[in-house]
Design a protein around this ligand. Structure first.
Ligand SMILES: C[S@@+](CC[C@H](N)C(=O)[O-])C[C@H]1O[C@@H](n2cnc3c(N)ncnc32)[C@H](O)[C@@H]1O
Length: 493
């Protein structure tokens, strides 16, 4: 891409504050811009991690400042060097912890300190790119995190790290706000997820149906922003700040809690979530209707059965409570090791909630999304071992997720790339199994292998944009190789 062609404008309105708008027609997959992080570092509540590469550490400390790093190379990491001077000069060492896997508030000061040091180092970039960022100070003052920020960041850096001569409490307080409102969570080389501030990406407004996607390059944490679909000149560029597979109540609560606004996008405003039914429940009182929010933009509005004669009603509070209980169960499933139990327990949970949720409800969809990835990868459930019926089940789950993504995250996203990759294998195995059993002719087999070939080609294209070292980037490379092999195998038929 020619870097000097700017593909977006920055506009401002009442609803979003500043936001990005395409200033030319963009093609699906087109690189719109790249951005360099002004600061990268630990999220609040992270366990001790290496301040160079962000891998887990236990009792390995920097020989100069005494803060966690994994080894000599990370002591010299540019990410760590600046704060290393601050801690060394102040003789402020990391206080050893008993449990190295528990969250550690001592690290809460690191990313704000790095953002402050970035301001000192490049005040012009700060004035140009960071100064205008939103901080939602009034709303944040009412939160428990405000007190924690004052103690763990502002007081600590001014009083203990002796930064009082270089900056003010007001500036550090503002930096905490800039981070809370504008930072994005990114994967790190070391394995922990961390946070980063990308000044240009941070201007993009949120929508629960995003039209742009971002990819992090792990070597230098650069971000690439691409069009997920074709975008017309003049259309806003929308990123999703939250998890696209969550139901409306959960997404809106998360956005209000973490980004301080009530989302009113078309998906949130529609009780059926644009006919995906990701928030829809079955009615326990009748067979004719389903349960939907009477007004999804009003957190207190009741949920009603759509069959007027049934008249079943429940409160939004009861709905929130129920979703929290089920989500806690799903979180426990996510903590299971990769093994047959990971499949069997999810299938049991699907059965348990089958009569409660619409089959496309977010909770069931998340289970089906996980199962679509697990079938074929787990001991006792490898692709060779799966009976045709289970191959069909994997296909059904992949297709359901892809059909839902068509609506809530249209176009070329990482999740779509990974799901299309998952879809190719059972399609291929099923076609071959039917051919071996004499159920289809060789001509028919050739025809049936066209769909998995297309899946591999799409997955290779979409995931080829990811960092080659990331799990998605590695899958992209495998998809490309498998596509070449499948092409050759079809030609030899
Ligand atoms: C990362 S910032 C985006 C840039 C910000 N508008 C600015 O001018 O710096 C996130 C903030 O933008 C606003 N915002 C983003 N998307 C929004 C949306 N869909 N509806 C309402 N406000 C939104 C909210 O104030 C939110 O806290």
């Amino acid at each position: 891409m020619a870097e000097d062609v700017c593909r977006y404008d920055v506009l401002k309105n009442e609803k979003y504050g500043r936001y990005l708008v395409a200033n030319k027609d963009l093609e699906c997959g087109e690189l719109i811009f790249t951005d360099t992080a002004i600061a990268v570092g630990p999220k609040p509540d992270t366990p001790p991690l290496c301040l160079g590469c962000y891998c887990p550490v236990e009792n390995t400390l920097c020989s100069r400042c005494g803060w966690p790093v994994c080894g000599a190379e990370c002591e010299q990491s540019p990410h760590h060097l600046l704060e290393c001077d601050v801690f060394t000069q102040a003789k402020e060492r990391f206080q050893s912890v008993e449990d190295w896997s528990a969250s550690c508030p001592q690290l809460d000061c690191i990313t704000p300190l790095r953002l402050f040091l970035a301001k000192e180092k490049d005040p012009e970039r700060w004035a140009r790119e960071v100064d205008a960022m939103e901080t939602h100070t009034e709303e944040r003052q009412k939160r428990a995190t405000w007190r924690a920020d004052q103690n763990n960041v502002v007081d600590y850096l001014i009083d203990r790290c002796k930064l009082g001569e270089r900056c003010t409490r007001e500036l550090l307080t503002r930096i905490c706000g800039i981070l809370e409102v504008n930072a994005v969570e990114i994967p790190s080389r070391g394995g922990f997820s961390v946070r980063a501030i990308y000044p240009r990406l941070a201007i993009a407004a949120h929508s629960c149906v995003p039209n742009i996607v971002h990819t992090i390059l792990q070597s230098d944490y650069q971000v690439q922003i691409r069009a997920a679909v074709s975008i017309k000149s003049g259309e806003p560029l929308h990123l999703s700040y939250t998890h696209v597979l969550s139901p409306t109540i959960v997404r809106r609560e998360h956005l209000l809690e973490s980004k301080f606004f009530s989302c009113e996008c078309p998906r949130c405003a529609d009780p059926t979530e644009l006919d995906t039914h990701m928030s829809t429940l079955k009615c326990s009182k009748c067979d004719n209707g389903v349960i939907l929010a009477s007004n999804p933009l009003d957190n207190e509005a009741p949920w009603n059965c759509t069959d007027k004669k049934c008249g079943f009603k429940t409160s939004s509070a009861a709905m929130r409570k129920m979703l929290a209980v089920v989500q806690a169960e799903l979180d426990q499933l996510d903590a299971l090791p990769l093994g047959p139990e990971a499949i069997e327990m999810r299938e049991a949970t699907l059965r348990k909630y089958k009569s409660v949720f619409h089959p496309c409800h977010s909770m069931l969809l998340s289970l089906k999304h996980a199962l679509a990835q697990l079938y074929g990868r787990v001991e006792g459930y490898t692709l060779d071992e799966l009976p045709d019926l289970v191959l069909e089940r994997k296909i059904e789950f992949c297709r359901l997720v892809l059909k839902t993504l068509d609506v809530i995250s249209p176009g070329e996203s990482r999740m779509r790339g990974m799901m299309i990759y998952e879809l190719h294998a059972p399609l291929m195995y099923l076609a071959r199994s039917e051919f071996s059993a004499g159920l289809i002719s060789q001509e028919k087999l050739k025809e049936r292998l066209q769909e998995p070939l297309q899946c591999l080609s799409d997955a290779a294209r979409i995931l080829g944009r990811e960092d080659p070292q990331s799990p998605e980037g590695i899958t992209g490379t495998i998809a490309h190789q498998s596509m070449e092999q499948l092409k050759a195998s079809i030609e030899s038929l």
